[in-house]
Design a protein around this ligand. Structure first.
Ligand code: ZN
Length: 153
């Protein structure tokens, strides 16, 4: 296949909306404790930490190639991640797919009859635009779509 053909396959639209696994979100009671595993034992580089008050979490991003692990520590027990931890304990919380446009992807998911948690994009970590799809529509996997901030490209 020619280089131009390969580029055409990845053009958006009408190419695939989901272009990569951007990150997996992992709920932890303590980011500092979890870094002993992810940074010190597994050797991932810690590249960002941020408090996302709107989502009730402290977050940390570690590089895995072009993707990330996102550690999520609840700010309070009565938050989405806090309730997740008390129900299920630490572990995989969500999968996030990278997209060129969160709004266009949300529109396409809504048109496909999927249930959305966020009807409109909100601000995520590192200035990204994000939205969540309801696990009832995604086979039980809490699913996030992420449009990275322009400076991340
Ligand atoms: Zn996430």
């Amino acid at each position: 296949m020619s280089a131009a053909g390969a580029a055409d396959r990845h053009r958006y639209p009408p190419g695939p909306m989901l272009t990569a696994i951007d990150h997996v979100g992992v709920a932890v009671p303590s980011i500092d404790d979890a870094l002993a595993l992810y940074r010190d034992s597994l050797g991932m580089e810690l590249v960002h930490r941020e408090t996302v008050a709107e989502q009730g979490v402290d977050a940390a991003l570690l590089d895995v190639g072009d993707s990330h692990v996102e550690l999520l520590q609840p700010l309070e027990p009565d938050t989405a991640v806090g309730r997740f931890l008390s129900r299920r304990g630490p572990g995989l919380h969500h999968v996030a797919y990278r997209v060129a446009s969160v709004q266009e992807t949300l529109d396409a998911c809504a048109a496909a009859g999927m249930r959305l948690i966020d009807a409109a994009p909100r601000t995520g970590i590192r200035g990204s635009r994000v939205a969540f799809l309801h696990p009832a529509s995604t086979g039980g996997v809490l699913t996030e779509i992420v449009q990275p901030a322009e400076e991340e490209h």
